[in-house]
Each structure stands twice: as C-alpha cells, then as structure tokens.
Design a binder for this molecule. Sequence first.
Ligand code: PEP
Ligand code: MN
Length: 335
Amino acid sequence: MIAVIRHEASKQQVENLVSWFQARGLKTHVSEGEIQTIIGLIGDTSQVDVNLVEGLEIVESVKRITEPFKSVNRKFHPADTVVDVGGMKLGGGHFHVIAGPCSVESHDQILDVAESVKASGASILRGGAFKPRTSPYDFQGLRAEGIEFLLEAKAKTGLPIVTEIMSVAHLPLFEQVDVIQVGARNMQNFELLKELGRVKKPILLKRGFMNTLTEFLMSAEYIMAEGNPNIILCERGIRTFETYTRNTLDLSAVPVLRELTHLPVFIDPSHGIGVSRYVKPMALASVASGADGLIIEVHNDPPNAMCDGAQSITPEQFADLAEKIRRIREVVASL
Ligand code: PEP
Ligand code: MN
C-alpha cells in the first residue's frame, strides 16, 4: 500500500504517521521527493482502513498494491481450484451445466424436469426449496419438503443437487445436499458465510446484484478463511439502469475473475437477463467467455411456474441449447 503525502505536511506530521503505521505492525519506507513524499507500507495491510487513512489531513491519496482478498487470490494459489461434487470435477478445465426449475413445486414436477435435463446432458440438478422472494405474499418454497423431493430426484436420476440456503438454522436440512447455494441477496450475510466456511460442502456463491467483484471475492474469502475452499463463484447479473432485461449480465466478470482468483466461475444467464428467449444467446456467449459452467432455469410448464416462469426455458429448449453449448465448447477448446 502506498500513501501519498500532501506537500504542505511537516516532517513531524510525517513521522507521526509513520509511527502510527508501525504501531499496526507494518514496515514503512519513506521516499522524499522534491515535490511529494510517499510512504510505502510493507506487510499485511488488509487490516488498514483505506478510508480512514485517506481522511487524514496530511494524506493526499492511498493506493492498495495488493488486493484485500488472500486465500481466494490467484497470486497466492496460481493453479485452478477443482471442486469435487460427488466425484465430479468442477473448474480447472472441466465444464458442467446445472439445470432445473427455479423452485421445487411438487414431487412430480422436480422428477420430471430432473429426468429431462439429465437426458440432455445436465450434470447437476437445481431447484429452490427456500425461496428469497421480494414479497412475503409470494410462494416461499416447499422448504423441508422441497429438499426431500430433490433428494428423491437425486436418488432416481443420480444427479447431484444444488439448492439455496437462507438461514443458518436450516443447515441440518442440507446434510445430504451436494452443493449449497448462497443467493445474491445473501452474498453479504457474513454470519451465514462464516458458518458455511465451517461446513466442508461445495458452496455455489452468487454475486449480489449491487456488488463489485472485490466485494464478491471478499465474500468468498469469508468462506475460505473459515476452512472451506470448495467454492464455485456465480455471476448472475447486476442491477443497472436498463429496463428491457431483468438484470445486466456482466460477462466481463469472467476474464476478470479468472485473473484474480483460482475459483471456478459459473454463469447464470437465466437471472442475468430474465427473459427466456434471451437465455440461449447469453448462455452461448457465457461459454465463449471462458466460464467453467452454467446454471439454467428449466421448467416443464413455464407459463404456470410458481417463480421465475418468464426466464425459464422448457426441457425441449434446454435440449437444443445443450447441443449448441457442446458445439461452442468444441470451438473454445480448439482455440
Ligand atoms: C435462484 O437461483 O433462483 C435465485 C434466487 O438466484 P439469485 O440469488 O441469483 O437471485
Ligand atoms: Mn429463480
């Protein structure tokens, strides 16, 4: 970290600031130029509050040289992390598609969708049992019963399952769930993240729709700092001024995250764009962008879905998409 000092600062003030940094366990390197003095800070600067330092009278600006995230940082772990989901490998060049309805609505619905997405090549089944809805009057999910139905679909098809957790209190219900999803709305529920760090299960962490990539990676850091390295990042669109789409799918997150972190990066084009007819082009673009996988909402009767019908594609549309994904994958692999 570098602190640029205002030229009117006195020697004594600079010395006081140097002592202040040293008292925080940091080594300092003062370079006095003709016009400006710069203090270089060496050591773990993750504890330093940049805003506080920048607010000091004699400080002109502060720049971080190293990122505040450590465990998830590729600098300290150059090789891709490969997450094991029931013997299946995610990340590190392996590509997977997660598919299924937004919510588990009934026993027959989830079994039906599970069988058709499996037949088209999906490798993991999704389905929300606990639903984070904007209105308390909307369908909240089948909760524990929804997880039971997912487990039945898993037993029948052999597909591992991913489902969203909303409260630490529900963790015992997730014992047999293969991947625990943390939704966009809970990306910064730090107590939940810490608890999931103590569980060794794979976590699908979705980016909050108002969060920067640094904040996203800091949330992953919360999980990893507690000892769970099995994290799959998922870009699912951010809120912008655009109204034709539900969110703006930030595909630029893929190359940036690839560079910054070793964790696998998945894309959710369904929530990212929110309109079923736009899901296919964005899914294909996600594959071309270098993502490690996709998560797609598939419903057997989208017009009557209890949640997110507008962005859900049918099993037939998914079959067509899965075939096109394979073709784009071949092109990407040959480049
Ligand atoms: C979901 O996956 O159905 C969901 C609620 O996703 P997000 O948290 O990205 O909105
Ligand atoms: Mn949904």
